[in-house]
Design a protein around this ligand. Structure first.
Ligand code: FE2
Length: 375
């Protein structure tokens, strides 16, 4: 409900009173968001005008409200009505501004305490029950990872996980890749060594935003999987070493992979990626793929390395890690823009075979929102 609506600043601003607050809207913003059929397609909601149709001197000429609806007239010639609810929901006046290091909406930072409650979904119910699927996708939005259990134990079952929300992203490693011991590994991921927690493929831009790893055999000793929340690590660095956090977010790092003659992947991105308003939007961390860091001024390089090492120590701290051993028929998915994954070393006794693939987070979030809208 809106208590009153009035035009101010010679038609350039609309003020509405709502719950003892006054919310201001610019005339050009209102005109741009006009819900009329000649401004937005009623079917798909897409905007039908361009900025060429929006004079900067657009002003309001009339404003009336019955509490539920606000009716507006504009010059140049236009008129439309907004619901009070829509205006309140989309108000930008007095909206709290983001702070540096703020988590994205609906994300929650976590550490080893989450070991007692590892997010997980059973494949048959994820496939059959939209409510269970939405709940599982929401845990990925919240924590950046989740397990899947009770998959059919067969090659390619990781694609069934991707089919729950979207599409595979193919790379030079193929539509999927095998993770098991190889005699002549082209990549350290395919040996029995333990790996430090990392995000995959930081040398791509954009990175593969999701990774699925599915277990087909796991009789080797060790080889547990481990995940670490890159956002939680970045926030801990910000608390313990604010300047270090600033350096890792302010300067671009470089990453590269040229593991075979037909591949030369390079990227240039900060280790801690912040939106312009300071909201955390990504962490890239992979010591195997770091390239010479040449975008940091000489005077800041020593401090930058100190911060890089501090972040690495935080990532290696067991207090940050969630660990689980996959059995055949189990898989996990990570948000590769945020959550680091690792595996403990495993011995030659027995055998460990996982299949991995990449997929896109925007598709997952889209499927989740659409499910939430329909449920
Ligand atoms: Fe990896």
């Amino acid at each position: 409900m809106i208590d009153a609506a009035r035009i101010t600043e010679n038609g350039k601003v609309l003020e509405v009173d709502h719950n003892a607050a006054t919310l201001r809207f610019h005339a050009i913003w209102l005109r741009d968001n006009s819900p009329t059929a000649d401004t937005r397609d009623p079917g798909n909601g897409q905007r039908l005008i361009t900025m060429a149709n929006l004079p900067l001197d657009t002003v309001l000429t009339a404003a009336t409200s019955d509490g539920e609806t606000v009716n507006l007239g504009f010059a140049p010639d236009h008129s439309c009505s907004f619901s009070a609810d829509w205006l309140v929901e989309n108000a930008y006046d007095q909206r709290p501004r983001a702070t540096v290091g703020q988590l994205p909406e609906k994300a929650e930072a976590w550490d080893a305490d989450l070991n007692t409650d590892v997010p997980s979904g059973s494949y048959p119910s994820l496939a059959d029950d939209p409510t269970a699927r939405a709940a599982w996708l929401a845990t990925i939005r919240k924590y950046g990872f989740a397990k899947v259990t009770e998959l059919p134990i067969e090659q390619g079952n990781l694609f069934k996980v991707v089919d729950l929300f979207g599409y595979v992203r193919e790379t030079n490693y193929g539509r999927h890749f095998e993770v098991r011991t190889e005699v002549n590994p082209v990549n350290l991921a395919f040996t029995g060594l333990g790996l430090q927690a990392h995000t995959d493929n930081p040398y791509r831009d954009p990175v593969p935003t999701l990774q699925v790893l599915s277990c087909l055999e796991n009789s080797a000793d060790g080889g547990e999987n481990m995940v670490v929340d890159g956002f939680a690590c970045a926030l801990r660095l910000q608390k313990e070493d604010p300047r270090g956090f600033e350096l890792l977010s302010k300067y671009t790092a470089r990453y590269a992979y040229e593991g075979s003659s037909d591949v030369a992947l390079h990227s240039r991105r900060p280790m801690i990626d912040l939106a312009p308003d300071g909201v955390l939007q990504g962490v890239r961390f992979n010591s195997r793929s770091i390239a010479p860091l040449i975008d940091i001024p000489f005077d800041d390089m020593a401090d930058y390395y100190a911060a890089y090492k501090r972040l690495s120590d935080i990532i290696d701290d067991e207090a940050m890690e969630v660990t689980f051993k996959l059995t055949p028929g189990e898989a996990f998915i990570v948000d590769n823009t945020r959550v680091l994954h690792a595996r403990k070393g495993y011995s030659g006794e027995g055998y460990r075979w996982l299949q991995g693939c990449y997929a896109d987070k925007d598709g997952l979030l889209s499927t989740l929102r659409a499910l939430e809208n329909s449920l």
